[in-house]
Design a protein around this ligand. Structure first.
Ligand code: C5P
Length: 215
């Protein structure tokens, strides 16, 4: 069987960076499952599809023409790697990700990333739904305040003005929605290891994941 490390956790927890670096360290493939929800959101915003229109959004998810090539994410041929990172795309992704049809339509696409020599998958339901048999499951989190500070710094560095209070409010909204939805809610399941990065560096967190996998 192909080894899978499932890393789930809330927004801005650093799980993307940690998962990507752990994949690099182990020579594994990497799945950023949030990017798939963001891609559906980007199409929805561009085509003015309502974020609760389940049949249309399910069709979008089922027919996404996407290729992941290193840093590039090609959606019908054009690179949208930056476009999908905008806050409003993340917020839209969080809204449409409550739809069971959309989640179902993205399931196989996510499982297709599971290839030798192994996979590190990052998201909200990697351990619970997409890769329930993963050999290692980690719930990676940090306090909402610390996540807000990290996201705020990122936004400032990118030259986007942002107010810490607004960032914290958005993060808490997103947490509430991701963890209260009926389908695949975000939560720390008992079969996953808890990794709280509030007071850890990225290197520490990566080392934790690699060590947990090897032991
Ligand atoms: O992780 P990221 O912030 O890129 O994800 C964007 C949104 O997509 C999340 O707020 C969440 O609602 C949704 N998502 C999900 N399941 C996943 C990954 C992301 O519902 N496995």
């Amino acid at each position: 069987t192909i080894p899978v490390i499932a890393i789930d956790g809330p927004t801005a927890s650093g799980k993307g960076t940690v998962a990507q670096r752990a994949a690099q360290a182990l020579g594994f493939h990497y799945l950023d499952s949030g990017s798939l929800y963001r891609l559906v959101a980007l199409v929805a915003l561009n085509q003015e599809i309502l974020l609760d229109d389940e049949p249309r959004l399910t069709a979008v998810a089922a027919t996404l023409d996407v290729r992941f090539e290193g840093e590039h994410i090609l959606l019908s041929g054009s690179d949208v790697a930056h476009a999908i990172r905008h806050e409003r795309v993340g917020m839209a992704a969080s809204k449409l990700s409550v739809l069971g049809g959309v989640r179902q339509a993205l399931l196989q696409r996510q499982r297709d990333f599971c290839q030798l020599p192994g996979l590190v998958a990052d998201g909200r339901d990697m351990g619970s739904v997409v890769f329930p048999d993963a050999g290692l499951k980690i719930f990676l989190t940090a306090s909402a305040e610390i996540r807000a500070e990290r996201r705020h710094k990122q936004l400032i560095n990118k030259g986007n003005g942002a107010n810490l209070t607004d960032v914290l409010r958005d993060i808490m909204d997103r947490d509430a929605r991701d963890s209260s939805r009926a389908v695949a809610p975000l939560k720390h399941h008992s079969d996953s290891m808890l990794l709280d990065t509030s007071h850890l560096t990225i290197d520490d967190a990566v080392a934790f994941v690699v060590r947990a996998y090897r032991s």
